[in-house]
Design a protein around this ligand. Structure first.
Ligand code: OOG
Ligand code: NI
Length: 406
């Protein structure tokens, strides 16, 4: 009898495979991983938020798709890796709107997160939103997306089988993981220049999603224990980082939720087809490097305080009007999640922040659509998305609550 590969092992192999592929595609990623590891090794502070080993191995990825049907395929594929949709993010509502709605696929059980916490922030183009797309353009976007195939149906069928069986025989695993990884490789297929440019005029994100016939991993993000130190170290190496770390400021006291920073990837070689059918070499600059620091998960009450602090012109200056300076006080006030209420055992935030996500999207674009006018007339919502992908979308607060009571 051949032995079985468990779901979590498949997830670890998938994450490692993507990392290897992305490193070959975007060499600056290696620098980022190297500097992140250095920062983590030098970190002398507390490690309550994760062991050096887990933190240094930890990654999230980001992908973008064009339709509910494509998102449903992603959900089926990721189910074979034990990654379930968690949370709903509407980035059209951000201060700088992006025409996507998103969810994050990740393990939801604490022991699964401990084995391998790989997660993928997954965005879907909101083609039905007439604040971004005219009826004519929407029709053409939808046809283009319907006509392409991001994933081999055999891959999706295998994923469903593996998810249902809770693993697969050893001799199937390598091929399955390799096929899943290569679905996210940058394509060498020539890009229709006129179509890509037309979409770029509406939104650079729309062009990246619906201007090409494949999807790709947009970035892979290592986790660090001190993001300010990382930002300094990268800058020292001559890499231009975005001006401001996204998310909460560095604070004196418990660091909460998620802080992120990024740099733009260099232009990458891509092939283009002109209206006369000629294929030529060109470049596109759509991928980037990102890094994150994770802190304590906030309760709804804590999140309301967070939103209030972040609404101030200088959140750092008003931080302690909203948050106490110790974990003991955070736990006692019910602002953060702690296992059994024990301030020595904070629950790590495993999700994303819509404002930061929009900031990361935007900071890496040359230009994009400005503020949308008029009301939202679309159906996009968490319930809508759950119905489209036929998967329950977890509420992050329920998950933190469960971890805190375990
Ligand atoms: C996703 C941007 C958001 C994050 O870490 O908040 C994101 C994208 O660029 O597709 O990855
Ligand atoms: Ni990211």
């Amino acid at each position: 009898m051949s032995s079985r590969i468990e779901i979590w092992q498949l997830r670890a192999q998938f994450a490692a495979g993507l990392s290897q592929m992305y490193g070959a595609e975007v060499p600056a990623y290696h620098t980022l991983v190297e500097v992140s590891s250095e920062v983590n090794r030098a970190h002398t502070g507390e490690l309550r938020l994760g062991s050096l080993e887990r933190v240094t191995a930890e990654r999230h990825g980001a992908i973008r798709v064009g339709s509910p049907a494509e998102l449903a395929q992603v959900a089926a594929l990721f189910s074979a890796f034990g990654m379930s949709p968690v949370g709903f993010y509407d980035l059209r509502e951000a201060a700088s709107p992006i025409p996507v709605v998103s969810t994050a696929f990740r393990p939801v059980e604490p022991d699964e997160l401990a084995r391998n916490p790989f997660r993928v922030f997954t965005s879907m183009l909101t083609a039905a939103d007439d604040r971004f797309f005219s009826a004519d353009l929407r029709g053409r976007v939808q046809r283009f997306v319907e006509d392409r195939q991001l994933f081999d149906p055999a891959l999706i069928a295998a994923a469903r089988r593996i998810a249902a069986a809770g693993g697969c025989p050893v001799d199937e695993a390598a091929d399955f993981v390799a096929a899943a990884v290569s679905a996210f490789a940058l394509s060498r297929e020539p890009i229709d220049r006129a179509w890509y440019d037309e979409l770029s005029a509406v939104s650079a994100v729309a062009a990246d999603i619906a201007g090409v016939t494949s999807t790709h991993i947009n970035h892979l993000t290592p986790r660090v224990l001190d993001i300010d130190e990382l930002q300094r170290a990268m800058t020292e190496r001559g890499i231009t980082m975005i001006d401001h770390i996204q998310g909460p400021p560095r604070v004196d006291g418990p660091q909460v939720l998620l802080r992120q920073t990024s740099f733009r990837a260099l232009a990458e070689p891509r092939r283009f087809r002109s209206p006369t059918g000629q294929v030529s070499d060109g470049t596109l600059r759509v991928r980037f490097g990102e890094v994150e620091q994770r802190g304590v998960a906030l309760t709804p009450a804590g999140r309301a305080r967070f939103d209030a602090a972040m609404a101030a012109p200088d959140p750092a200056a008003v931080w302690h009007d909203h948050f106490p300076a110790t974990d003991a006080e955070m736990a006692a006030a019910g602002l953060g999640y702690y296992v059994d209420g024990d301030p020595a055992r904070p629950v790590v935030y495993e999700d994303f922040l819509p404002a930061s996500a929009a900031g990361i999207f935007r900071s890496n674009l040359d230009s994009d659509a400005s503020a949308v006018e008029g009301g939202d007339t679309t159906d996009y919502s968490q319930d809508w998305m759950a119905g489209q992908i036929d998967h329950y979308i977890h509420d992050p607060y329920d998950l933190y609550e469960k971890v805190a009571r375990s």
